[in-house]
Design a binder for this molecule. Sequence first.
Ligand SMILES: NC(=O)c1ccc[n+]([C@@H]2O[C@H](COP(=O)([O-])OP(=O)(O)OC[C@H]3O[C@@H](n4cnc5c(N)ncnc54)[C@H](O)[C@@H]3O)[C@@H](O)[C@H]2O)c1
Length: 363
Amino acid sequence: MKTETLTVELAERSYPIYFSAAAEALKTEVVALRAAGRRVQVISDARVLHAHPNYLAQAGFEDSELLSLPAGEPTKSIQYFSQALSVLANQSANRDCALFAFGGGVIGDLAGFVAASYLRGIDFYQIPTTLLSMVDSSVGGKTGINLPEGKNLVGAFWQPKAVYIDTDLLETLPPREFAAGMAEVIKYGMLADLELLQALFALDGLQADSPELPSIVRRCCAIKARVVAEDETETARDGGRALLNLGHTFAHAIENVAGYGEYLHGEAVGIGLSLATRLSVALGQMPTEAIARTDQVVRQFQLPLRLQAPLKVSDLMAAMQRDKKNRGGRLRFVTMTALGSAVTTDGIDPALIESLWREAGAS
Ligand SMILES: NC(=O)c1ccc[n+]([C@@H]2O[C@H](COP(=O)([O-])OP(=O)(O)OC[C@H]3O[C@@H](n4cnc5c(N)ncnc54)[C@H](O)[C@@H]3O)[C@@H](O)[C@H]2O)c1
């Protein structure tokens, strides 16, 4: 099979994303690392390994090179960060060691931060296994862990050396997790790619074995790669990497107030995309019809549009004030000037946001 790749252009830190034939490309890299006398180590989670018991062996990894951690968000913690560092130190792994993440965003974020930190940085590779991690978290170099005080409060920018995207791995992904990943796919269409959004409208659902899936994943990665290449560390004054947070200021507030785990991230993003569209319409940036279009596509992929149980507007507003994307104490949102075209907007009247929360079922 022909190997299809896309490059994330970051000068000397540029790297390929492998699509079709990703498993073969991974195996080739593992063989090359071994031939160069380098140690390899994989971090994964128990659920992924249960779903794909032979994948790593087929790629040339040995059991002794695998660290299996519990599945779920709590693994993105100081405790497991520390455990993973100790495993490397106990093996006397040196700077030549190459660390692979085999899992969803939780494992990718944790392993990436381990790679960024151990001996001040070792080579890192991503083998994403969820739709969310394929289209979003495995590309772009944001790594990190959570603190008891909040999500993603500690981390580093640490780009992988390569990303291996094998969409066959998604066949075992629970439907609810697949739907959550679709929220990020829809997000890319809304922020940068009207054609992608139109293709989604035309689909009667999407599953792991849908023939359209690989090209959709690839299209999302292309958008992420372009945005990251232009604004790697999210320092652009306007627009830039922050645009990837369309719907996320709302989503993070929902996750925070409902309690982490109540909503999958993508479910909160579904509601956030609907609210970001309503906000853009209320600001006069988009015509009212955009609301129905957004709601249709969010619903079409089994994602919620409204809060499942009422949350307090005051709590949601307080959570938004803590959002790390805010500048100078002013609320900052990603809005749209049209479907497929996003901008950053500052200084929005909090009363408008409060009324949008009420529309979404907050009290
Ligand atoms: N770094 C970034 O740029 C970035 C971007 C978005 C999200 N994130 C982070 O990603 C995390 C969420 O990632 P996620 O949604 O992939 O969650 P996850 O890693 O927790 O995976 C979701 C669940 O699916 C299971 N799973 C994974 N692959 C599977 C497969 N192929 N078959 C069966 N089960 C499988 C996992 O064990 C887990 O239980 C959050 O911590 C979020 O902060 C990071």
